[in-house]
Design a protein around this ligand. Structure first.
Ligand code: HAM
Length: 423
């Protein structure tokens, strides 16, 4: 019996991977413009890292982590997100000594044991960024401007930005208490999950999709009305800069995040194209996180984009691979040998070249050249070997030109250069 992949974990096949490469390449380009450098951290980390940063009472830590003991009985976890590992590395490698402002980005697989559905997987991929060292609201707006720019670059304009402020350790406890009192009076209207978690994690109730919870929290106290003056001032400045940069947004005071490390600014980029998995990207500030993990007291902010969700949104606009620039069809063994050498010379000269290895008829070889979307083709037979000349066919208009086989590399590279300037 053949073996299938693990549920919720997908292959990315040729034909699909080109869209992924485009999205990744665009991220490198855009993030590079804003001064971000890539960081790569291991996929597993010590379990404790995620418990301490994401929070013991979050869904991720309570039920979604891929946690296992290695052979030395160390508890390890496949990273469910990228912020905690990047902060672990930041602290361990003392990156703050290299530059007071660290701008980092990463891309790679994350793991959460969630119920798989469209847009939600157990292995998924994030494009993430983190900035450590700046409290100024300009950096909040800068990070959001970069996210906005990225979506322009990849040609997706069906997303909207929602922002909120979750306050800080000074003002959030008061708000939290008020929310708990409000929820206590409506406990019987809440779903069993929220009845269980309202004391430990009352903000999550605002985010619950259950109708009863939504109805019960319509008039719930708003976090924005409970911000202390410095959080309120920070949030006003973020909005001032967003307006100055002409970045459209709306304030959503009910937006809470599923990770405990957030303070002040939080945000989501949402779409109505993906059903219930409507967040394409999300992030926010985590000013206490670096210190709580044993590092210096530095503020941080970042976001992560869900790559699978972007690929779903790109849908019809899929990117296709470039076909060969020349397909050399050969009739007979001698011609096939010559075609093989010519193809290798072309490839060494930077030309995408292809040929047949299966001994197919010329007709079948030309069908393949067409299917692969080759720019030029060339047929080699006995006569061509004898005269040292062949017909180079431009596949776009079927025009032919005679070409000396010894000059093929030079002539073809010139033709291709003309082609790309006229395209
Ligand atoms: P998050 O909201 O948990 O935040 O995830 C960010 C994005 O990853 C989501 O908006 C979604 O697009 C994608 N995502 C999450 N779970 C799945 C899944 N099971 N399947 C497919 N896509 C998924 C974080 O992870 C934070 N570390 C973001 C951040 C960076 N905050 C500050 N810096």
């Amino acid at each position: 019996m053949s073996i299938a992949a693990i549920k919720g974990m997908n292959d990315i096949l040729p034909g699909e991977v080109e869209t992924w490469q485009f999205l990744e390449r665009s991220a490198r380009e855009v993030f590079g413009l804003y001064g971000f450098s890539e960081i790569r951290t291991p996929v597993p980390e010590k379990t404790e890292l995620f418990c301490r940063s994401i929070g013991e009472t979050t869904d991720i830590v309570e039920k979604e982590m891929y946690t296992f003991d290695d052979k030395s009985e160390n508890s390890l976890t496949l990273r469910p997100e990228g912020t905690a590992p990047v902060m672990r590395s930041f602290i361990q490698n003392r990156l703050h000594n290299l530059d007071p402002v660290s701008k980092l980005y990463y891309m790679g697989p994350m793991f959460r044991y969630e119920r798989p559905q469209k847009g939600r997987y157990r292995q998924f991929h994030q494009l993430g960024v983190e900035v450590v060292g700046v409290e100024d609201a300009k950096i909040d707006a800068q990070v959001l401007a970069m996210l906005h720019q990225y979506f322009i670059r990849i040609g997706i304009d069906t997303v909207s930005l929602q922002v909120n402020s979750l306050g800080c350790p000074d003002c959030r406890p008061g708000y939290r208490q008020e929310l708990i009192s409000y929820l206590e009076e409506r406990l019987s209207d809440l779903c069993p999950e929220c009845q269980r978690r309202y004391l430990n994690n009352p903000l999550r109730v605002l985010d619950c999709k259950a109708q009863g919870c939504q109805a019960a929290t319509v008039d719930a106290p708003s976090v924005i009305d409970h911000l202390c003056s410095s959080c309120s001032d920070h949030f006003s400045k973020v909005q001032f800069y967003l307006k100055a940069l002409k970045i459209p947004y709306e304030v959503n005071a009910r937006m809470v995040r599923g990770l405990d490390y957030y303070v002040r600014t939080t945000f989501e980029l949402v779409t109505d194209q993906l059903g219930s998995q409507n967040a394409v990207a999300a992030g926010g500030r985590y000013d206490g996180l670096v210190e709580s993990l044993g590092g210096p007291p530095l503020p941080g902010i970042g976001f992560a984009i869900g790559l699978e969700r972007l690929v779903l949104m790109k849908g019809e606009q899929r990117i296709t691979a470039d076909g060969p620039q020349i397909f050399i069809a050969a009739r007979g063994e001698d011609a096939s040998e010559r075609a093989f050498v010519l193809m290798s010379q072309l490839q060494s000269a930077g030309v995408r070249a292809e040929m047949d290895y299966l001994g197919k008829s010329i007709k079948a070889q030309m069908r393949r050249a067409n299917k692969l979307n080759a720019t030029f083709s060339l047929v080699l037979g006995e006569e061509e070997l004898q005269t040292g000349q062949a017909q180079l066919k431009d596949m776009s208009d079927s025009s032919h030109s005679t070409i000396a086989l010894d000059d093929l590399v030079d002539v073809l590279t010139k033709k291709l250069a003309e082609y790309s300037t006229s395209a």
